[in-house]
Design a protein around this ligand. Sequence first.
Ligand code: URA
Length: 237
Amino acid sequence: MERIDKIISKELNIGRNDAKSLIKSGKVFLNGSSVKSPSEKLDEEKDVLTVGGRVIHLRRFVYIMMNKPEGVISSTDGRKTSEKTVIDILPEDMKRKNLFPAGRLDKNTTGFVLITDDGEFAHRILSPRSHVPKTYIAKLDKPFDDEISDAFSNGITIGDDECLPAVLEPVDGDYTLARVIIKQGMYHQIKRMFKKYSIEVIGLKRIKMGRLNLDESLAAGECRYIDEKELEMINSD
Ligand code: URA
């Protein structure tokens, strides 16, 4: 742990008093919150320090929650198809090398995407054995019924793929608006699950990973860092 005024003075090559003045002026942020005192300390592993919006110090790995908008792909490189990726739309001060989305949402699916540069963590939550529950709200072209909910909860087969037991329930009693919880991440999984019953998904939003809800204050396309406590909530149900 090192004092913030010392780090700023070193990184910006300015005197300690100038560093303190910058802090007093309210331009220095630690993990998104304004730094009040020059004696606050920074954890090199975990903290992100910005001065006037410019990143001065980055933690070893970052974990970002994005509210993915429609029309953006969950990929690192959209050059081949000239499409915008979730990495392209990150704010400049959050961009860094090796960031990728941990798990994919379809181009027209919105909501919670986790973006990180921690390959091991991503592998842990994406591994077919990890069974992290992912909660979605699906808008349907016609209502589902209790028979379909029962089938989802017993585990259905779509093509050659076996789905693990999933939760399907109406939102506020509306059977054309479904809360769906799945523990896998197969290609177009939810759309294919409903298609089996001739129901089309006309809107899909991921609202939760593990026990961590999508932050409702994030507008479409916005994102924020996830802290360690929140990270643990993703990995446990
Ligand atoms: N299931 C789908 O069909 N699409 C998604 O984007 C996510 C889950």
